[in-house]
Write a protein that binds this ligand. Structure first.
Ligand code: TD4
Ligand code: CA
Ligand code: ZN
Length: 314
């Protein structure tokens, strides 16, 4: 069961009340770790790439990056038994979205959430029309992630979070396939100053009014053991704090089906790489020094798959 539409993975998750992690990559090594985790857990896998990742992979050329990612993921998917999809994360640039759709991505996120409601609807609709005509599914976002998004500081006030009645209208007017409602998370390693808290009342209401598969952005947990390992070998991650596992599990009970995760993978990789290099100062073969980082990234993903309930759902 190789390369599939993200919508198929998420509609099954929605029906059966679990979530699937959507895992960001920039290069081949993280893809290895993700696919190995999916195979070992017998879990479906969603790979996602930001616009920055697409440009990076194409060495500055987004069209090339999109083509390379599609051939890498499709080629890889053909060799395994689990369903794998490829998604554009936080798409804002029309040309990059078109390049991804035309290259064969299985889904895209159009992120026009910084605009007023009507403009968000119109921008999203435009992408839905093109994407659906080519069998590509679409995610959109309502509200803003708390913290810094698009270089704008978003305070943790109500206005930044999703309005459930707007969500219902948004879904009806745009025809999107899955929705990311802002409920209090943020990207990166520093999510909460005090106690971690998400707005589950809002989440429940959005689910009740839309019924769609829902996406949680900024969902990394910053595992204590990963943070400690990195700091033992020289990293400075003071104050780093993620969404605790119990809160993620609770969000799945209230209707989250896609859990976006990038920071945890980056941190696991760097923690293990620091350790390896500290212990093997003479090593300079990338195939050797990337081995333990890939292993730790894989283990972090496997733990997440078990937590979200997608193990053995492939
Ligand atoms: O959407 N994401 C991943 C964000 C990826 C950012 O990529 P660039 O650096 O290329 O812009 C998430 O919601 C995951 O958030 P988290 O930081 O919690 O893993
Ligand atoms: Ca946004
Ligand atoms: Zn995100």
């Amino acid at each position: 069961m190789p390369y599939v539409n993200t919508k198929d993975i998420l509609e099954k998750a929605n029906k059966e009340f679990y979530a699937v992690p959507a895992l960001n990559i920039n290069n081949l090594e993280f893809l290895h770790a993700i696919v190995d985790a999916g195979v070992e857990e017998h879990s479906p896998v969603i790979i996602e790439t930001s616009e920055g990742a697409i440009k990076y992979a194409g060495n500055g050329d987004a069209k090339l990056g999109a083509r390379l990612f599609v051939s890498m993921v499709k080629g890889y998917a053909d060799t395994v038994e689990i369903p794998i999809s490829l998604h554009v994360d936080h798409g804002k640039n029309f040309d990059i979205l078109m390049a991804a759709i035309q290259s064969g991505y299985s889904s895209v996120m159009i992120d026009a959430s910084e605009y007023p409601f009507e403009k968000n609807v119109n921008e999203t609709k435009k992408i839905v029309e093109i994407a659906h005509s080519l069998g590509v599914s679409v995610e959109a976002e309502l509200g803003r992630l708390v913290g810094i998004e698009d270089n704008v500081v978003v305070e943790s006030h109500e206005a930044a979070l999703v309005d459930p009645y707007e969500a219902k209208r948004f879904v009806e007017e745009t025809g999107i396939d899955f929705l990311a409602p802002a409920i209090g998370t943020s990207h990166g390693a520093f999510k909460f100053k005090g106690e971690a808290r998400l707005d589950f009342e809002r989440l429940k209401k959005v689910k009740e009014l839309t019924g769609l598969p829902l996406v949680l952005h900024g969902a990394s947990s910053v595992p204590e053991e990963v943070k400690n390992l990195a700091e033992k070998y020289g990293a400075d991650f003071k104050g780093a704090k993620g969404v605790p596992g119990e809160i993620l599990a609770e969000s799945v009970r209230y209707g989250i089906n896609k859990v976006n995760t990038d920071t945890d993978l980056r941190m696991a990789f760097i923690a293990s790489l620091r350790e390896f290099l500290a212990k093997n100062p003479g090593e300079f073969d990338p195939r050797k020094y990337f081995k333990t980082p890939k292993e730790l990234v894989k283990n972090v993903i496997k733990a997440r798959m078990r937590l979200l309930g997608c193990s053995n759902k492939a």
